[in-house]
Design a protein around this ligand. Structure first.
Ligand SMILES: [Fe+2]
Length: 311
């Protein structure tokens, strides 16, 4: 087994201003499958091709944003290993009991210096993707409802001291730096793309004065044609689009940024290259992020909203 330790992004809990409006958007427009509701009033979803019970949880609140972002780890020994490693590094952790989230085992929580609550867990109930386990078809009817991404893929978070967050993810949790953008004076890093797998990124950060901010949670599609279909579905449903359809120079993903009804940005994208532990990080200058096409390779400009609009 090659991928061990932190396996992948597991779940994101997103705050929405109106629950039923949020359910309509995430279920009927984005096309996630509703998998449950709990006694705290939270609604759980998964993408059609995901195997575990949930990957997106929404709850109603007075302000939009993200409560926490979680990674699934290999097993309970790995969870204990990372809990101890975080403590040895000097970070406080706490445990959320099994069942506090539907169909989810114990979670280890800690706060990054950027102000984001991150969780690790080993167990979430396997529910499958409604395809046969023997000789399965490549897709099923769930793949056609709404935008219908195959998975919740990564997030981009905004907060202070991203350098310290990078150090924790790399030195304690085994992530690798895949791409970075330098500050205008080229003395530091304004943005970071990190991977726990061989995806171009599993989490990204932009340096920002306010802690704990969400730029976007991203959902993966299988083809450019499906990204264009997503744009059609957004237009049909009056979803406000931020950027795209276009391609990022950074990660090479082909993308649309848009906003849910509460103002949380989300991304639907396809592509991106594969990275391996022996690859060197790619560096972009601040000008490269904008005029160099790092953000938007087709239009080669830094959209104002990229650095200013977060929840
Ligand atoms: Fe993204």
């Amino acid at each position: 087994m090659a991928i061990q330790g932190v396996l992948r992004p597991g779940h994101a809990q997103i705050r929405v201003l109106n629950l039923e409006q949020g359910v309509h958007f995430y279920r009927d427009v984005l096309g996630l499958l509703e998998t449950g509701r709990d006694d705290q009033g939270r609604v759980y979803f998964k993408a059609w091709d995901e195997q575990d019970h949930n990957s997106v949880v929404i709850r109603e609140a007075d302000r939009a944003g993200i409560d926490f972002f979680a990674f699934k780890v290999l097993d309970n020994d790995t969870l204990l290993h990372f809990e101890r490693a975080l403590n040895d590094y000097g970070l406080e952790t706490s445990r959320m009991p099994a069942g506090e989230m539907l169909e989810t085992g114990e979670r280890v929580r800690f706060t990054l210096p950027t102000g984001h609550l991150i969780e690790l867990y080993a167990d979430k109930t396997w529910v499958g993707n409604d395809s046969a386990e023997l000789n399965p078809a490549p897709w099923n009817a769930n793949a056609e409802k709404g935008i219908a991404p195959i998975r919740m893929d990564h997030c981009l978070l905004y907060g202070p001291d991203t350098a310290a967050a990078k150090k924790i993810l790399i030195e304690v949790l085994g992530f690798q730096l895949v791409e970075r953008t330098l500050t205008p004076d080229r003395e530091g890093e304004i943005a970071l793309w990190l991977s726990c797998s061989n995806k171009a990124h599993d989490i990204a950060f932009v340096e920002h004065s306010e802690p704990g901010k969400l730029h976007h949670v991203a959902f993966q599609l299988e083809s450019w044609e499906k990204v264009l279909r997503a744009a059609d579905i957004m237009a049909m449903n009056d979803v406000p689009v931020d950027i795209g359809p276009t391609r990022h120079g950074i990660t090479r993903g082909c993308t649309i940024y848009a906003w849910d009804p509460s103002g949380n940005r989300f991304e639907t994208f396809m592509g991106g290259y594969q990275t391996y532990p022996d690859h060197k990080p790619i560096t972009w200058t601040f000008e490269g992020l904008g005029e160099g096409g790092g953000l938007d390779y087709a239009h080669r400009k830094l959209h104002d909203t990229f650095l200013t609009v977060v929840t």
